[in-house]
Design a protein around this ligand. Structure first.
Ligand code: ZN
Ligand code: ZN
Length: 423
């Protein structure tokens, strides 16, 4: 039996991969414009990094990690997300010693053991940014504007940023108490997960998708009700900056990220899809994370988006530019001697940056001309035995059909100049 690719993975083939390149190029351009630099971290890390940096109680760490022992009996994990690795690098590579803030982005494969039938992939791709070393609300606004701008440049419509403030450890303690008091008599009505969350992490109950839990928590105190003065003014400043930047947003007090190191701003970017909104980007501030993984106390904020998800939205909305023709000229050599001469010429042209190709299958003149047209070539360069005898090259303009002869000794220069004028 033929070997198949692992469940939940995909081959990105020519025809589709151009869409990925377009998305990745747009991402790079936006990041360059905003002054964010790329960081590339390993695909696998010590398991402990994700246990501490993503959180022991999260579904990712509890159920979805690709964890293995290496030959030295060390527990390693294929990275399920990017933030923990970036924070590790910030500490390990002493980026905190450079001028702050450090503005980074990453893009690459991530790995989670998920049920493939839910339309998710076990190897998927994420783009994200992280800003470390700045606690001002203008940073939160810039990060949100960056993702907003990216989606505008891609031409996505029907977008809305949902955001909330989950406060800081001080004001969240007050919220925790109020929320537990609110839920205390109806605790038994909550789902199994939320009953566990009640003691450990009650904030996450507000985020539960179970309709029963949503009914029970209706009217429950939100983090916005208990924000301290610092958290409140931070949140108000973020909102006013976003308004000024023309970002469409809505405050959603149920948007929470429940771990202790998440602070203040939490956000998602929603996209309108047939009758419903769904998230295509999630992020927020994590002023406690760098310390959690053993670094100096450092404010941080970032977001991540699944590229498969963004591409699906682009496909639904039909937003890809027409592919540009990649071929300038097809060199059609007929006969053995002409092939030798033509091959030398093709390589000289390629060395000058002119995209030229030759037939690789020994096809007829007619079939080669057809291929040249199909590939969108501007010119066919025809070299048969008779032309070789007369030391000329036939230059056929495939748009106008016009055909001229060029002396072989001048052919490279003439074609090179035509290509230069064209670009
Ligand atoms: Zn606070
Ligand atoms: Zn629940």
């Amino acid at each position: 039996m033929a070997i198949q690719r692992p469940k939940g993975t995909q081959d990105l083939l020519p025809g589709t991969v151009e869409q990925w390149q377009y998305l990745e190029e747009t991402i790079r351009k936006v990041c360059r414009d905003y002054g964010y630099e790329e960081i590339r971290t390993p695909i696998f890390e010590a398991t402990e990094l994700f246990q501490r940096g993503v959180g022991q109680t999260t579904d990712i760490v509890k159920k979805e990690m690709y964890t293995f022992l290496d030959k030295g009996d060390r527990s390693m994990t294929l990275r399920p997300e990017g933030t923990a690795s970036v924070c590790r690098a910030y500490v390990e590579d002493k980026l905190y010693g450079q001028s702050q803030p450090v503005k980074l982005y990453y893009s690459g494969p991530m790995f989670r053991y998920e049920r493939p039938q839910s339309g998710r992939f076990r190897q998927f791709h994420q783009f994200g940014v992280e800003v470390l070393g700045a606690d001002q609300p203008i940073v939160d606004a810039e990060v949100i504007c960056l993702v907003w701008d990216l989606y505008q440049r891609l031409g996505l419509k029907g977008l809305e940023v949902h955001l909330n403030s989950v406060g800081c450890p001080t004001c969240r303690a007050a919220h925790r108490e109020q929320l537990q008091r609110f839920l205390t008599t109806r605790k038994s009505e909550l789902c199994q997960d939320c009953q566990e969350r009640y003691e450990r992490n009650p904030l996450r109950i507000l985020d539960c998708k179970n309709p029963n839990c949503q009914a029970v928590t209706e009217g429950a105190p939100t983090t916005l009700d208990t924000l301290c003065d610092d958290c409140r003014s931070h949140f108000e400043k973020v909102l006013s900056l976003l308004s000024g930047a023309g970002v469409a947003y809505r405050v959603d007090p149920r948007l929470v990220r429940g771990l202790d190191y998440y602070t203040k701003t939490a956000f998602e970017v929603m996209v309108e899809e047939i009758g419903a909104q769904s998230a295509i980007c999630g992020g927020g501030r994590y002023d406690g994370l760098v310390e959690e993984i053993g670094g100096p106390a450092t404010p941080g904020i970032g977001f991540a988006m699944g590229l498969e998800r963004v591409l699906a939205a682009l496909q639904v909305q039909g937003k890809f530019p027409d592919p540009k023709p990649k071929l300038f000229a097809m060199l059609i050599a007929l006969g053995d001697k002409a092939q030798n001469e033509g091959f030398t010429m093709m390589n000289a042209l390629r060395g000058k940056g002119v995209p030229v190709r030759m037939d690789l299958l020994g096809r007829s003149l007619k079939a080669q001309l057809k291929a040249a047209n199909r590939e969108g070539a501007e010119f066919a360069l025809i070299l048969g035995e008779e032309e070789l005898e007369r030391q000329v090259l036939l230059l056929r303009d495939l748009n106008s059909g016009e055909q001229t002869e060029v002396p072989l000794s001048k052919a490279i220069e003439v074609i090179y100049m035509k290509h230069r004028r064209g670009v």
